[in-house]
Design a protein around this ligand. Structure first.
Ligand SMILES: Nc1ncnc2c1ncn2[C@@H]1O[C@H](COP(=O)(O)OP(=O)(O)OP(=O)(O)O)[C@@H](O)[C@H]1O
Length: 474
C-alpha cells in the first residue's frame, strides 16, 4: 500500500514469513515457538528476529527449511535470518541507530540457504527503545484482521464497536471491554483493531499482551528490580490490547500495577481494549475500582455464532486456505461442531489435511469419514448426567436437588435449563429426560424446554448462562 512507509513494509517481512509458517506448522508449535518472536531489524539483506530467551535458539535450526521456503516463495530479498535473544539487562543496553540491537557472534546452524540464528551478549534494546518494540507489527497475528472476521448476529455489535475504536482510538469508547466464551473471536477482534490502527497510523505504538504475560512480566520485573522498565513499556503505548484479563483474578499486586497502567493511559487519552471470558461485574477477586473502570467506556459481548454464521466462517477460512468447500460439507461441519469457532476451524483444518493426504476431493462422504471420530467424541461426551453436574455446579447446588419435587424458583430455573440442555445436546427423548429428572412427566419436560427457549430471547443473563453451559459441555 503506497502510504505505508518503508519501515512498516520492512517490518512486514517477518510478519509475512510468519504468516506462511503458520500454514505449515501445527498450531501448538506455532503458538509456542514462533508467535513469541519479534521483528528486530534488517541490515544488508539480513533479517534479525528477536527471540524471548535462549530456549528459543533452536527455532532457526528447526524451521530453517520452512523459513527458506517462505523467503523464496514470498520473493523476499534476504540472504539470512538471524535469531537473537535480547540482552539480560535492558538498562545496560544501548540503542542502535536503526533501532535494532547489534548482531553478536552467533551459533552457526549450518542451516540451508544461509539461515542461521544467534544470541547477542551485549548491546541491546534499552528502555528508550520501548516505542520501537511496540511498532513491531509481528506482535499481532497477521490473520486476525477485520477482513477475515465474519459478522453474524452474535458479534455484530462487538464488531461495530471494535471498528469504531480502530477508526477513532481513544475517542470512540475507552476502554472497550469485549467479553465472550472460549474461541468466540475476542482475540481476533482486538488484534484487528491493532492492525487497523497500524495501517492508519504506522507510527502508533501498539501493544498486545495477555493477562498472563502481563502478570509474568511484572513478577520478573519485581524480582529483578526492573519495575521502571516495565512501567515505561506499558505506560507509553498508544493502544494497549490486553487479552484474558480474568487471569489477573486474585493477583493483588498485578491488579494494582494494572490499575496504575490503566489510569496513566486513560489520562493521557490512550486507547485501552480489554478482552475477558466474562463481564466486568462477574470478575470475581477483582478490586472494585478496576471493575468499575472496565465499565467506563463500552462493554460488549460476543455470543456464539448461529448456523449461518458458522457456515460463513467456514467458507471464509476455506477461502483463506484457497480451498473450495462445498455447501453441504460446510453445513455438515457447522451442524456438528457446536459453538466454539476454534473447534470449527480445527475440523476444517483436519478435513483439508486429510483430503490432501489421501489425494481425495472434499465431499460430504469424505468429510463424514474423516470427521467421524471428531464428531463422535463431541457427541459421546455429552450425557444427561454431565449436563446435570455442570448445571448444579454452575448454580452452586447438588445434582440431587435437580431431581427433587421442589418447585422453588432457585431449583426450578436450573432444572428447566438442564432439561433444555438435555434436549439440545443429547439424543434423549422427552420421556427419557423426564425419567432422569426424578420421574417428571414428558409434558413437564416439554414445558420447561419451551420456557427456556422463550426466555433465552428475552433475558440476556439467562441466555448467557445457557451459552456458557453449552460451551463448557460442548
Ligand atoms: N467471527 C469470526 N470470523 C472469523 N474467524 C473467527 C470468528 N470468530 C472466531 N474466529 C476464529 O476462531 C479462532 C478463535 O478465535 P479467538 O482466539 O479470537 O477466540 P477467543 O474468544 O479469544 O478465545 P479464548 O477465550 O479461548 O482466548 C481464531 O482462529 C479466529 O480467527
Amino acid at each position: 500500500m503506497s502510504f505505508v512507509p518503508v519501515a512498516a513494509a520492512v517490518l512486514n517481512q517477518w510478519v509475512r514469513i510468519l504468516g506462511a509458517l503458520e500454514k505449515k506448522i501445527n498450531r501448538q508449535s506455532f503458538e509456542t515457538w514462533l508467535k513469541p518472536t519479534r521483528f528486530s531489524h534488517i541490515t544488508d539483506r539480513t533479517l534479525y528476529v528477536r527471540i524471548p530467551s535462549a530456549e528459543f535458539e533452536h527455532v532457526g535450526d528447526r524451521y530453517a527449511d520452512l523459513i527458506s521456503e517462505a523467503v523464496d516463495n514470498l520473493g523476499l530479498e534476504l540472504d539470512q535470518v538471524i535469531f537473537q535473544v535480547p540482552p539480560p539487562d535492558p538498562n545496560a543496553a544501548r540503542l542502535r541507530e536503526d533501532g535494532g540491537f547489534a548482531p553478536q557472534p552467533s551459533h552457526s546452524l549450518n542451516a540451508p540457504r544461509s539461515l542461521r540464528n544467534g544470541a547477542p551478549t551485549g548491546n541491546g534494546v534499552g528502555p528508550e527503545q520501548s516505542r520501537f518494540d511496540w511498532n513491531t507489527a509481528a506482535q499481532l497475528n497477521p490473520r486476525y484482521q477485520f477482513d477475515s472476521f465474519v459478522i453474524g448476529s452474535g458479534n455484530q455489535f462487538a464488531h461495530a464497536a471494535a471498528q469504531a475504536v480502530a477508526e477513532r482510538p481513544s475517542k470512540a469508547y475507552n476502554p472497550l471491554f469485549v467479553y465472550g466464551g472460549v474461541g468466540m473471536g475476542k482475540t481476533h477482534l482486538m488484534q484487528a483493531i491493532g492492525h487497523q490502527v497500524k495501517l492508519r497510523q504506522p507510527h502508533a505504538a501498539i501493544s498486545y499482551v495477555s493477562g498472563e504475560k502481563f502478570t509474568n512480566e511484572m513478577i520478573n520485573s519485581v524480582r529483578y528490580d526492573k519495575m521502571t522498565g516495565f512501567r515505561d513499556k506499558f505506560r507509553t503505548v498508544d493502544v494497549l490490547l490486553i487479552d484474558d484479563i480474568q487471569f489477573l483474578a486474585g493477583k493483588e499486586r498485578t491488579q494494582e500495577e494494572f490499575f496504575h497502567t490503566f489510569n496513566a493511559l486513560h489520562e493521557s487519552m490512550k486507547q485501552i481494549v480489554i478482552a475477558s471470558d466474562r463481564p466486568p461485574k462477574e470478575l470475581a477477586d477483582f478490586e472494585d475500582r478496576l471493575r468499575s473502570r472496565f465499565e467506563w467506556g463500552l462493554v460488549v459481548d460476543i455470543q456464539p455464532p448461529d448456523l449461518e454464521t458458522k457456515v460463513a466462517i467456514l467458507q471464509k477460512k476455506a477461502e483463506l486456505e484457497q480451498t473450495v468447500l462445498p455447501m453441504d460439507v460446510a453445513l455438515f461441519i457447522a451442524g456438528n461442531v457446536r459453538t466454539n469457532v476454534r473447534e470449527l476451524e480445527g475440523a476444517l483444518v483436519r478435513l483439508i489435511a486429510w483430503c490432501s493426504l489421501h489425494g481425495v476431493e472434499i465431499t460430504l462422504p469424505t468429510a463424514q469419514q474423516c470427521l467421524k471420530q471428531f464428531i463422535d467424541t463431541q457427541v459421546r461426551k455429552i450425557t444427561i448426567e454431565a449436563i446435570q453436574r455442570a448445571v448444579a455446579e454452575n448454580f452452586g447446588m447438588r445434582v440431587a436437588e435437580l431431581k427433587q419435587k421442589n418447585n422453588s424458583r432457585q431449583i426450578v430455573v436450573p432444572r428447566q435449563i438442564a432439561m433444555y440442555l438435555a434436549k439440545q445436546m443429547t439424543e434423549a427423548s422427552l420421556p427419557e429426560i423426564g425419567r432422569q429428572f426424578g420421574g417428571k412427566h414428558h409434558t413437564t419436560v416439554m414445558h420447561s424446554i419451551a420456557k427456556i427457549d422463550e426466555q433465552r430471547r428475552n433475558d440476556k443473563d439467562l441466555n448467557r448462562t445457557v451459552n456458557k453451559l453449552m460451551e463448557t459441555l460442548g
